[in-house]
Design a protein around this ligand. Sequence first.
Ligand SMILES: Nc1c(NC[C@H](O)[C@H](O)[C@H](O)CO)[nH]c(=O)[nH]c1=O
Ligand SMILES: CC(=O)[C@@H](O)COP(=O)(O)O
Length: 163
Amino acid sequence: MATANKNLSEYDKNTIPNAKNFRFGIVVSEWNGTITEGLFKGAYQTLLDNGAQESNIIRYNVPGSFELIYGCKKMQQNKVDAVIAIGSVIQGETKHFDFVCKGVTQGIKDLNILHNVPVIFCVLTDNTMQQAIDRSGGKHGNKGTEAAVAAIKMATLEKQSHS
Ligand SMILES: Nc1c(NC[C@H](O)[C@H](O)[C@H](O)CO)[nH]c(=O)[nH]c1=O
Ligand SMILES: CC(=O)[C@@H](O)COP(=O)(O)O
């Protein structure tokens, strides 16, 4: 289902475990900063809305989405229960968009395989700035909200897998 048919900010609060005992890391790319800050605000507020404590949310900044891989690897070492990787990649004139998107996708996938701390993919890969605006608090909602819900669910899964 395309995002256009599903608002990214909509979720059933009754299906979300309470996050009060979890620690979260959020790694934010500085490229397209107005977009990534919107994504961060959505994710941060959703974590708080579902019981997370401000003192249990750690933020790192990295220059661009490609550096999310290293930043998330370091965040995984912070005794957090889940990591959210936030970036905004927007198509330019060249194929660089393809390499950045593929690189960060593969890198975050690898981190989920190599370490037992889930890393949530909150990286917008848009053709235009308007598409990014629409998905970071605009008409299609906020992918940061979606990512925070995923982070809480995956932190819960990881905890259950040890019990
Ligand atoms: N064009 C975008 C980039 N490019 C920068 C790379 O992510 C990386 O920081 C650079 O290649 C140095 O390693 N990054 C984004 O996040 N968004 C873009 O649209
Ligand atoms: C995703 C990118 O790296 C891209 O925005 C850079 O723009 P360009 O392809 O015009 O160099």
